[in-house]
Design a protein around this ligand. Structure first.
Ligand code: FAD
Length: 816
């Protein structure tokens, strides 16, 4: 008798904590026609040996914090539902800060986490000692304590989830391996197993560290990599009881909890070891990796110094098991761009247990409702690029990934590994200009430029003003007062061509994009719920030719959205990102500079704001678009790659007379933030209605034919004043810096948090965009009627909050 059914609505692959959680939540959302296939036995992959820390503190992502809180709550109530305990023990959790950088980080994080509902408080070294008497505390500055956190038993959690799923009708089948996938057209239509095929509507690949190789059989890009991951178990130690809280000391690479009367000492070493880059063996079940004592001994010693008695304890085992890591340390979740209805939930970066409940809920929503119920911009599978699946890339990047978990997360820290994968046509010229590069979706992109005679290096990371602060300021001011050149070749660029291109793009766009040729339009793409899918520009080059530009991280999302929606029309999408360099010439003197290298008439009358045309520069023809993301008169030049250096040299030669400076992405962030220009995935996301995002001005509600999401926008508008709105926040004290996740208060009451921030050199203080969500109408009267402040670290600073851009609110400078 076949052990697998012929068909099911959803097939979940993998019986670890993630697969069982997805199945559980699908069933609890009413979809019980689900089969979960596990090749060996439930938990036999990574889940069985996880340390089981259950921690809600530590993330500045609202989504991640919510997933943690949800998971903890779920693990607390599962036993009542299924009769199987999860082993949740809320013994408390303490994070210690032993240096100033971490103290600042945890103060910032704890303020944000409290806003998200995490009960965390800062405690003194003495209080740490009281809670964890075996810890050395004379060298620490503070602890951050969450009384309700603690630990679970990962196997018990998984078994309880599986039982909860079965109780709702899910078939959980062990001993069946998925060997491939069936497809019908552009969508998955079934799975192939070693015991026959199963037809289905949806697949969810929860195959843990095997997910990458399994995905490859369906052409799906899942760039994760297994790495060695360690903990040491000691023999029983006097004074270690089951009531001992979990103690984490990232500065010493270690965490501690009780296990069998002894200590479990877990490690996150700064330089780690990828495991089986060529592929994880299929028969690896309940497996271990022989520990590399020589490599790990220095880190282990350092960790043990935090609890000195551990040096004297007998070693029961030094355990090494594999866990999957991803290139940016965020999970890989969502529908594959390559294959419709093929979902992935893998690459958990060592927090699969403590977020597993939430991940399952989120994926179940995404599958059954077509949209996730949280901001997924940072974890969406489509943020990742195919090159990131290269073995050499994964081997190089993974060395850094695991250690980043415990690094102090200083702002602006650039990834050091797997660099140089993509360079713009101007790269070597910009090296000569002393650019400091950072990895932008793999592109080496100038962040700032060092002055002549100075090496472009970061000399010390901090939460304050770093060594490049002055160079950044000079670039910012040059843009406001003179003219700058900014390489933005990492932007994704698409040509959309064909007789239906205009009509179809108009259907996708909330704004009117199919008007006169030679016009660029800023627009959002919405889903049927009226929330944001993309934020981009569409330039109509001709009646049947359009130029679509989006950010690097939105590249594959935008491309997939277009390809899926335009599939049955006479419109062809071509990714031309690699074919064109993008150089932005911006600032009040940009017209003068460009006029010196082209014969085109650039006067305001002949070439007004929001127009585009091909112009001649030297021997080349260049698409010149008059638009700005920095808030000044400016132009974006799209230069065929083979002409790029030639055009650049002409610009730089002519630029000497106009004081042309080069400017990097730091300047981009401060300039755009002063003007309140949005950045998808940073300050706006898939949970925001276009109206809440403050982008109603770019919505053409009345355009003939409508657009996707129109009805939802109209309904929201009709429902009355918005109670949730994105607003600009300016700190009036010029000293403090904001980066992300600072809590915004009105009359002392938390009403939102800063989603992205920078320093406004022109406005004279830290400036950011915050979602204000007080549960009552957010209008001018509300803004004017309260005292505003922002919580930065342990202090609160007065702030100005505005719905209109604080810099050039009437946009006179961009139109001059
Ligand atoms: C030493 C260590 C300590 C850790 N400590 C913690 C912690 O304290 N807290 C925390 O939150 N996380 C921790 N983690 C991380 C956590 O264990 C993982 O994130 C989590 O278990 C991943 O679950 P998963 O379901 O994605 O993968 P897995 O548990 O590996 O499940 C994947 C399953 O898919 C099955 N499978 C693969 N291919 C196929 C196929 N073709 N057909 C059918 N089945 C297939 C596998 O057999 C496997 O059972 C730790 C990890 C390690 C290594």
């Amino acid at each position: 008798m076949a052990r697998v059914p012929d068909r099911a609505r959803v097939v979940v692959v993998g019986g670890g904590v993630i697969g069982t959680s997805v199945a559980y939540h699908l069933a609890h959302m009413g979809c019980s026609d689900v089969v979960l296939l596990e090749r060996h036995r439930l938990t036999s992959g990574t889940t069985w040996h996880a340390a089981g820390l259950m921690v809600t503190f530590g993330s500045t992502s609202e989504t991640s914090t919510e997933l943690r809180r949800y998971s903890r709550d779920l693990y607390g109530r599962l036993e009542a539902e299924t009769g199987l305990a999860t082993g949740l023990r809320q013994v408390g959790f303490i994070e210690v800060a032993a240096d100033a950088g971490r103290l600042e980080e945890y103060r910032r994080v704890s303020a944000f986490n409290r806003y998200c509902g995490v009960d965390v408080e800062e405690i003194s070294p003495g209080e740490v000692k009281e809670l964890f008497p075996l810890a050395r505390t004379d060298d620490i500055l503070a602890g951050f304590y969450v009384p309700d956190d603690g630990r679970v038993n990962p196997v018990d959690v998984t078994m309880s989830l599986a039982k909860g799923a079965r109780m709702k009708g899910v078939r959980v089948v062990e001993g069946v391996a998925v060997t491939g996938f069936l497809r019908r057209g552009r969508a998955v239509s079934g799975v192939r197993t070693d015991q026959g095929d199963i037809e289905c509507e949806y697949v969810v690949n929860c195959a843990g560290m095997w997910a990458r190789q399994l995905g490859e059989t369906a052409g799906v890009n899942i760039p994760l990599q297994a790495a060695e991951h360690y903990y040491l178990l000691t023999e029983p130690v006097d004074g270690v009881t089951s009531e001992l809280p979990v103690l984490e000391d990232p500065g010493s690479y270690g965490y501690f909890r009780e296990e069998g009367g002894g200590l479990l000492i877990g490690l996150f070493e700064p330089v780690c070891a990828p495991w089986r880059v060529d592929g994880v063996p299929e028969d690896f079940a309940f497996g271990q990796i022989p520990p590399d004592w020589d490599r790990m001994a220095p880190y282990l010693r350092r960790a043990m110094d935090r609890v000195p008695i551990s040096h004297d304890a007998g070693v029961r085992t030094f355990f090494c098991g594999p866990e999957s890591f991803t290139p940016d340390l965020a999970p890989i979740v969502g529908e594959a761009p390559e294959l419709a209805n093929y979902f992935v939930a893998a690459g958990l970066n060592s927090i699969g247990i403590l977020t597993g409940g939430g991940i399952g809920r989120l994926v179940a929503h995404w599958v059954l409702e077509g949209r996730p119920d949280a901001d997924v911009t940072a974890m969406n599978i489509d943020r990742l690029h195919p090159y990131q699946r290269n073995r050499e890339y994964l081997a190089a990047r993974t060395v850094e990934s695991l250690g980043l978990v415990y690094e102090c997360h200083y702002p602006g820290r650039a990834k050091q590994t797997a660099r140089g994968a993509k360079v713009s046509p101007w790269h070597h010229r910009l090296v000569e200009r002393r650019a400091y590069f950072r990895d932008v979706s793999g592109w080496e992109s100038p962040d700032w430029y060092a002055p002549e005679g100075v090496d472009p290096t970061v000399t010390g990371l901090s939460w304050g003003r770093q060594n490049w602060y002055g160079y950044w300021e000079a670039e910012h001011r040059a843009t406001r007062e003179g003219v700058i050149a900014m390489d933005m070749s990492f932007m994704s660029k698409f040509l959309v061509q064909g007789p239906d291109a205009g009509r179809e793009l108009d259907r996708l766009s909330a704004n009117r994009v199919d008007g006169e040729p030679g016009v660029i339009t800023y627009t959002q793409w919405l889903n049927e719920g009226g929330t944001l899918e993309a934020d981009l520009t569409v330039t109509k080059l001709d009646d049947d030719r359009f130029w679509v530009v989006a950010s690097d991280s939105a590249h594959r999302h935008v491309e997939t959205w277009m390809r899926r929606h335009l599939a049955d029309s006479r419109a062809v999408v071509t990714d031309v990102t690699s074919g064109y360099g993008q150089m932005n010439i911006q600032g009040p003197r940009s017209r003068d500079l460009l006029s010196a290298v082209t014969t085109a008439d650039l006067s305001n009358v002949a070439f007004p704001f929001r127009t585009a045309r091909e112009i001649e520069i030297g021997f080349a023809r260049v698409l010149c678009v008059r638009i700005t993301y920095l808030g000044e008169l400016g132009y974006e030049l799209y230069v065929p790659a083979e002409h790029a250096v030639h055009v650049y040299d002409r610009l730089v030669d002519a630029g000497r007379a106009f004081g042309l400076r080069h400017a990097g992405l730091k300047a981009l962030s401060s300039l755009r933030m002063e003007k309140g220009y949005r950045d998808y995935g940073h300050d706006i996301d898939n949970t925001d209605s276009v109206l809440e995002a403050g982008l109603g001005f770019a919505v053409a509600l009345d355009k003939p034919g409508g657009f996707i999401g129109r009805d939802a926008v109209a309904a929201k508008k009709a429902a009355g004043p918005l109670t949730r709105r994105l607003a600009q926040v300016l700190v009036t004290d010029p000293e403090p810096m904001m980066f992300h996740a600072e809590v915004v208060r009105r009359d002392g009451v938390p009403v939102g948090y800063v989603r992205a921030a920078s320093y406004g050199f022109t406005l004279g203080g830290a400036v950011g965009l915050a979602m204000i969500d007080p549960g009552r109408p957010v209008d001018q009267e509300y803004l004017d009627g309260g005292e505003w402040s922002v919580e930065i670290g342990a202090a609160r600073y007065p702030a100005v909050v505005s719905l209109r851009p604080l810099y050039d609110p009437r946009s006179e400078r961009v139109r001059m």
